[in-house]
Write a protein that binds this ligand. Sequence first.
Ligand code: MG
Length: 274
Amino acid sequence: MKKLYVILLAAGVTALVAQNENHDLGFTDTPILPGLPWHVHDPNRPHPPVVTPSDVPGGAPSDAIVLFDGKDLSAWEAHHSSITRAGGTGAAEWKVQDGYAEVVPGTGDIVTKEKFGDIQLHVEWASPGEATGNSQGRGNSGVILMSRFEVQVLDAYNNPTYADGQTGAIYGQWPPLANVARKPGEWQTYDIVFEAPKFAGETLESPAYITAFWNGVMIHNHKASMGPMVYRQVAHYSPMPAEDSLLLQNHNDKVRYRNIWVRRLSGYDQPEKK
Ligand code: MG
């Protein structure tokens, strides 16, 4: 009898420990979160993937796709420029030196060989050190998501232009929330979260959304794009692929780029999207 008591006591202690361990990792006796299959503090809710951050600020984390590390443009190819009517297919011909790539006038845009939809993008750029021209003619380039949605690159330091075309603008639509320009020649950063537009057949279900930080300052907060970039027109949507190349614009100004990487947005915790 005493032996049985000891066994029961041991089992009880084990169960208590197991219960305590379980509660350390969450609860299943809690309410269900609205619209989700999980309890509040659910121990069975999937955990986010482990991502190792870079050793340096702005560096590519472990799950990033590095598009330009300062050495070569092998992830890119040339693309005919709708602005300058120059360039075509083949290898990207922008100049690579000292860890950056510089626009070469007359060689066209460059596009990534890999195509992307929803991404986080980090890109660093610098306007020509010697400011020449004015308005749209000073340090013009562009970070163009899916080869359609332009976040303007321009030298905005003491250089007035129309607001919806200034640096950081979703070109022709939305000015940035602040002008965070550094001086010509200084390196600047864009950190952009892009959600691709979604179509059901020919019907637009969800527009493209852009969230962006310029030199660490928020300039767009989940802003809906009116459609692919156009000049002197109102943008509108028509069906497009779910993914397309990231494009850097050649506007014949010698803008420099470095440290370009993207992360595909996982949506691991959104069971309805699986
Ligand atoms: Mg531009």
